[in-house]
Design a protein around this ligand. Sequence first.
Ligand code: C2G
Length: 728
Amino acid sequence: MKISVIVAYHDEKNYIRDCLGSLADQSFRDFEVIMVCDGCDKPDVSEWGGLQMHFARTKDTSGVAAARNAGLDMATGEYIFFMDADDYLAPDTLQRLVEKEVTGGVAYGEIRSTWYSRKVYFDNGEELDRQNGTEHTKYEGDVGNAYEYLPMRAGSLQGITILGMLISRKVIQGHSIRFCEDLHYFSDLPFLMQVLSHAEKTLFCEDGLYIKRKHNDPVNLPSLLQAKDDEKKVFEGMEAYRRAKKFISAQEENKNQYLDYKFVMWLVTRIAAFVVEAKPAKQKETVIVLQDTLKLLGNGVLPMLKHHPKKLIRYGLAGDAAGLAGKTRNHARKQTLFRICTSRAKMKRYLYEKVFSKMKMLEDTVIFESFFGKSYSDSPKYIFEYLNEKYPGKYNYMWVNAGRKLKLPYPARQMKRFSFKYFFYMARAKYIVFNGRQPQYFIKRKGNVFLETWHGTPLKKLVFDMEDVTTASPLYKEQFYIQTRSWDYLVAPNQFSEDIFRRAFMYDGQMLETGYPRNDILYREDKEQLMREIKAELGIPDDKKVILYAPTWRDDEFYGHAQYKFTLKLDLEQMKRELGEEYVVILRTHYFIADFLDLGQYEGFAWNLSKYDDIARLYLISDILVTDYSSVFFDYANLRRPMLFFTYDLEKYRSVLRGFYMDVEEELPGPMLFETGEVIESVCRIDEVKEEYKEKYDRFCKKYCSWEDGHATEKVVNAVFGLSGQEK
Ligand code: C2G
C-alpha cells in the first residue's frame, strides 16, 4: 500500500522542517517522499535520514504544475499524495487516509489553515487561531459529496486544491492525467476535476488532517497565493474553469453547481473589480472571454445566487463591459454607504480617508501619544515639556488619551483615541510624536513629520526577528511593515537597539542616535530635591528605602487583545515580615496588564503604582529595582543603582515565548532569582551584590547607556522640529 508523497519545493527554507518533520513522524510508514525542487537548490535534509527520499529538479522556476508532473513521473506508490513544502500533517494523517482503502478512487480529508508552526499548532494553535478570529469552521453541507465539499470548502476559485488527498495512482496513470503547466495559479482545478471524473469512489476521511500554513511574513516570504498579478489571475481563472468543466457532463447538475458557484463568486470579487479598473480595450477583451466562459454555467447554480451576481452574469453574457463596470461600481458604493451608516467606526474611517485627510494641513499642530493614550509619560512627555519651556506658544498641542483625561502641566487639547476628534486631527496635524504604533490605516500626507520614539531597548525578539507570532494579530509583520513606512524619525537609545530596529522593523528612515528623552530626568542635577518631592507626592516615608518591582507582561496569559493577566509571584507577606523595618515596596505592572491588584492589606509597606503615569519618576525614588524581562532595566541602569532579576519563569519565557537578543546569564548586571526567599536574601546583602556585579554593571552601561547624557530631548527636538535652541 505504498504512498508516493510529492512535495513541490520552492525554497521555503523556513518551513520545510515542519513539513518533513511531520512526514518523519507519520504512524503509517510505507511511503516515499519525492521532493521536486522548482528551480532552487535542494534543502539540507540530513536530519531526516529515516525518510525514503528522492529528489528531482525542474529547469529554472517552471512552477508548481511542472514540479508535480516531474514528481508523478518518478512515483512508484499505489497512491499519490501531494503536499506543499510549507504545510504539514498530523501524525496519523496518512494512516487514516489509507484505511479508507480507495484503490481506484480518492480519499480526502479536512484542510485546516493556521498561522502557526507545527509545535505551536499542536500545542495550542487552535486556541490561538480562535483568539485572533481565524479559527477553523466545520463545513455544514454534505462532506461526502466531493463535487460539493472540495469546491465549497475553498475560500475562492483559486483555493480549490488537490492537497491533502490520497489519490489512487491507477486513476492518474490510467487516464494520463497531468497538471497543465501553462497554468500558474490554477493548475489544481482541472487536475482535480479530471481525477474526480475517473475515480471509482470518493470518500471523506474526517481524521485525514492536512495543515495549511499561512505565511506570517508576507514581506520577505510572499506565498504564491498572496502574490498580486491581477490580470493573469483573472484570465487564468476563466481558462482553468473552462478546462475543469470539460470533465463534468452538462447534465449532471448536482456536480456542476458548486464549481459554477465558485466561478460566479470569482466573477463578483475579482473579474468585476478588474474590469472596473481596466482600460477600455482590456475591459473589452476581458468581457469577450467572460461571455464565452459564462455560457458553460448550468442552471443549477441560479437558486444559490442573490440579485447582484445574477445581474453581473446577465451583463457578462451580453458582452456589456460598460454595464458590468457600472453595476459593480454602484454596488460597491451602496455597500460603502451601508457600512458607514451602520457602524460609527467605519463612518469615522471613511471621513478620515475621504474628507479629513484632504483638508488643509495644520502646520503648527503637534499630536502626542504615549502607551496608546493610557498615560502622560515616556519620551513624548519630555518632548512636550521641552517644547513648552523652550518655545512657548510656538505650537498647538494635542494629547491622545484612552478615555481618562491626562493631567498635563501645559495647555494642550485632549482627544480620546479613535474619537471623531482624533480622526479629524490625525488627518490634519503636521507633527505626530508617538511612542508606539499608529493605526494601520494611518495616511502619511505630504509634509507630515512622524517622530517615533519607541519605548525601550529590546530584550525580547521583535517583529521580523520573531519566527512564530503568537501574540496579537498573525498579520503583525505585515502590519508593522506598513506602519514603519510612515515613520520619518526613530529614536535609538543605543547602538545595540539601532541595529535591531533597522533589521527587525525593516526601518530605513532617519535614526536619531540620541538616547531616550525619557531618561534625561535621571541625569538632572536637582535629583535629590526631586526625589523628596515625588516621595511626598506619593506619601512614601522619607526614612524608608524603596524597592521597585516592575515586571513585564507574558505573551501567553491574556483575557483578550492587549488585556493581559498578571499573577503576583513575589510573596509580599514574606517581604514585609523580613524587610519591612527598612524597606517599602512599589509594585508597578506593565501597561498591558488588565488586573489591578489590591494591596490594601500591606498598607504602609506596599504601594500599587501601576496606574502612576511616569515610571521614570518611580526609578528616581527607588533604591533597588526588581524586574524580569522588561526593558525597564536598560533605563534604570542609568542611575547605576542595584538591580535584581526575578525570573521565575525564565525557561518558558526564553524558549517558548520569545527568545532574547542577549545572553542573559552572561550580561544581566544583577543576579537571576527564582523565589521570594532569594530576592529577600539578595536585598539583605545588597552591598555585596553590588560589589559582585560591579564589572558586569560597568560593561552593561558601556553597551546600553553610553549615549545617554541628559540632553536627548534637546537633540531630538532640534533634529525633528528644525529648531536650534535659540528661540526662548
Ligand atoms: N513599563 C512600565 N512598567 C512596567 C513595565 C514596563 O512602565 N512594569 C514601561 C517602561 O517604560 C518600559 C516600557 O513600558 O520601558 C516597555 O515595557 P517592556 O516591559 O519592555 O515591554 P514591551 O512593551 O513589550 O516593550 O523594544 C522594547 C520592547 O518592545 C518591549
